[in-house]
Ligand binder design. Structure first.
Ligand SMILES: Cc1ncc(C[n+]2csc(CCOP(=O)(O)OP(=O)(O)O)c2C)c(N)n1
Length: 658
């Protein structure tokens, strides 16, 4: 291996050597502990240390790094105390996740490291968001993110690189091409000659770097980062290296030809660099011994500390509490000036006033800038707030949701507009796996609102009509808001944006232009978890939300003799079960109307909870009325038959006469 010794000063060369030695020696110790059954899983980065160490050394301590499972060198180069890493790997309280996640699945703001989720790809979009926040703050910082060559086959890789290119984000995309993705060799993973060539397709500068040569890695990355700080842009680096051990220790390397392992063993980044430093008389046998002993002593001392730590004790209250970041809700009241506006105007006004209130709020979505969005909610926003804060995105829901996560990590709030709620499915992974779980996992919050124009009634077929709230109410960590009236929409949107937790905000398209209400012109907030009682009566309790509330109102208007409590839930997570229990205890009968198809919907859980908690007050079985168990069809007749509106009136009468 050829080292160009003059590119890096001698003191730094020694430092780089020490920095590579540390993860290697830790790993060797971990492999022993693994065999003794003292740690659970291990993904080895042996042979790849030069990349993690070189990249981290070239970044400044206040620049974010997003490592993967083989990048122990990132954590050690940032000087994380080893006992905390050991506690993390043993699932102990002194780690970074309170025993809730394993291995390198954690982040730490203190060390500006954002660890991976198992799904690999979302890391890349998160890096985009972090870099976007830096770009907006004009602070000339670089963000580095890692992926294996296997991870480059994920759509997230394409989306994140494309987004970074379109937005000139200062992200250093580091591919560690180590020959195998689990057992899959590169020729079964991709067809192009070099992964770096993919940069051309994104209009992005890219380079191939000899990943086992620490001086090459460090000096090239250092040079590129300096240039990126002055001239913000993404750069793609393909580091050539090799995975010297199994995917994880249990899986072995049987499928790897021995001559390949032998050839790469010759290229060991530490052994070779050590020989070079010895030849150059920068290093001596004595110094190697000293360095090793220092590291061994640190490992031993910190391991003892971690082993001495008690196992996590279960505190269920704490477990439940940590799913969400605490939100100190501020009730902001309005003055008396109102205007009769549509629900769509209320959403637009609420969003606009939040943009005025929060200077660090960015909105992102397809066609939302000059065009104003397909529903015109953000019309005029570019003129008011500029294109930095009102951002058109390419068609890449997953990268945009991930970027919203990154923005939040770097202190910027965001609202993402799904063009239609249906399309959230292509951004589903970061919503349910990243935003939803991040606070529980490592105490980071996701200050993100996803606006979801949803619902049926317009004959728009299976992909522009769904009301998919149940995909999210199922997932702990998300909040779900679903207003039925302009007043609620405006106040609840303001609260959603103030809340530091991820909120799915459903806006029924069928209500956008049909429902008017006198709405205060000022900014105001409304609390989550408080249903509204729209009608009061003693015969029966009707519970609904969204468009269903208006169907229920129609039925009750058609039957003025029915004395019903009508409860509009307004928010589904949290849900105001107390309002439902109080009403059911009074009326003894409950009918729940939901626009979504029946099975696994919100109505089913309300039904179950009422049966569990109010059984002795019930005078009849709880009735759920919902759409058919089919996808939602296009033609008017089929759609009407699918929706529960027509069936509801009859079911209401049936239950009353039970
Ligand atoms: C979305 C997803 N699919 C599959 C996996 C299982 N898996 C974990 S790591 C891995 C191989 C990754 O290969 P690569 O990106 O090259 O990284 P390496 O392990 O070689 O460092 C696979 C298939 C996963 N974690 N996430």
């Amino acid at each position: 291996m050829l080292y160009k010794g003059d590119s890096v000063d001698k003191a730094m060369q020694l430092k780089l050597y020490q920095r590579m030695l540390k993860p290697r020696l830790i790993e060797e110790k971990m492999l022993i502990l693994l065999r003794q059954g003292k740690i659970s899983k291990w993904f080895s980065g042996i042979g790849q240390e030069a990349i993690a160490v070189g990249v981290t050394s070239a970044l400044r301590p206040d620049e974010y790094i997003l490592p993967m499972h083989r990048n122990l060198g990132v954590f050690t180069t940032r000087n994380i105390p080893l006992h905390r890493l050991f506690s993390q790997w043993q699932g102990k309280g002194n780690g970074f996740t309170k025993g809730r996640d394993r291995s390198f699945h954690f982040g730490t703001q203190e060390y500006k490291i954002v660890g991976m989720i198992s799904h690999l790809g979302p890391q890349l979009g998160v890096a985009d968001g972090i870099a976007l926040a830096d770009l907006l703050k004009q602070n000339n910082k670089v963000t580095a993110v890692f992926t294996g060559e296997g991870g480059t086959s994920e759509g997230d890789f394409h989306e994140a690189l494309n987004l970074a290119a379109v937005w000139d984000l200062p992200v250093l995309f580091c591919i560690e091409n180590n020959g195998y993705g689990l057992s899959t060799p590169t020729n079964e993973q991709y067809r192009c000659e070099n992964l770096a060539d993919k940069g051309i397709g994104y209009g992005m500068e890219s380079h191939i770097v000899e990943g086992n040569n620490i001086l090459e890695v460090y000096s090239q990355v250092d040079f590129i980062c300096n240039s990126m700080r002055k001239n913000p842009r993404p750069v793609l680096l393909e580091f050539r290296t090799f995975r010297m051990r199994g995917h994880e220790e249990a899986s072995g390397t049987k499928y790897v030809p021995q001559q390949l392992l032998d050839a790469w063993e010759e290229k060991d980044p530490i052994v070779n660099f050590e020989n070079f430093l010895l030849e150059e008389k920068i290093l001596s046998a004595h110094l190697i011994e000293t360095f090793k002993n220092e590291i061994y002593a640190e490992i031993d001392y910190d391991l003892k500390k971690a082993f001495a730590e008690n196992e996590i004790e279960v505190d269920e209250t704490k477990e439940l509490k940590d799913v969400y970041k605490e939100f100190d809700y501020q009730q902001i009241n309005h003055n008396s000036t109102t205007k009769n506006i549509r629900l769509i105007d209320a959403v637009s006004q609420g969003l606009k006033q939040s943009m005025e209130r929060h200077e660090n709020l960015v909105v992102m979505g397809q066609d939302i800038a000059d065009y104003g969005g397909v529903f015109k909610i953000t019309e005029g926003f570019v003129e008011a707030f500029g294109k930095d804060r009102v951002r058109n995105t390419p068609i890449c829901e997953s990268a945009v949701v991930s970027a919203a996560m990154g923005l939040s990590i770097n202190g910027v709030k965001s609202v993402v507009e799904m063009q239609f709620a249906d399309f959230v499915s292509t951004g589903f992974n970061p919503v349910v796996n990243y935003l939803a779980k991040v606070h529980y996992r490592w105490g980071e919050h996701a200050d993100v609102v996803i606006r979801m124009p949803c619902g049926a009634g317009m004959g728009a077929g299976p992909f522009h009509s769904q009301t998919n709230e149940a995909w999210f109410t199922k997932t702990p960590g998300l909040k779900v808001v679903y207003p039925a009236f302009p007043y609620d929409a405006k106040g609840l949107l303001a609260t959603s944006i103030n809340d530091p937790n991820p909120v799915l905000f459903f806006e029924h398209k069928g209500l956008y232009r049909n429902i008017y209400q006198d709405v205060p012109e000022d900014y105001y907030t409304l609390p989550f978890g408080k249903a509204s009682l729209l009608r009061e009566g003693t015969d029966i309790t009707v519970v609904s939300y969204g468009l269903g509330v208006h169907w229920a109102l129609e039925s009750l208007n058609d039957n003025p003799d029915i004395k019903a409590d009508l409860i509009d839930l307004r928010t589904l997570q949290p849900m105001d079960m107390d309002a439902i229990y109080t009403s059911v205890k009074k009326t003894g009968k409950l009918i729940i109307l939901q626009e979504d198809s029946l099975f696994g919907g919100v109505a089913s859980d309300i039904c179950a909870l009422v049966v569990e908690n109010c059984f002795e007050f019930l005078d009849a079985p709880v009735k759920r009325v919902a759409s058919l168990e089919t996808p939602i069809p296009f033609s008017k007749n089929l759609e009407n038959n699918y929706l529960p509106k027509e069936r509801f009136g009859q079911e209401l009468l049936n239950l009353l006469s039970y």
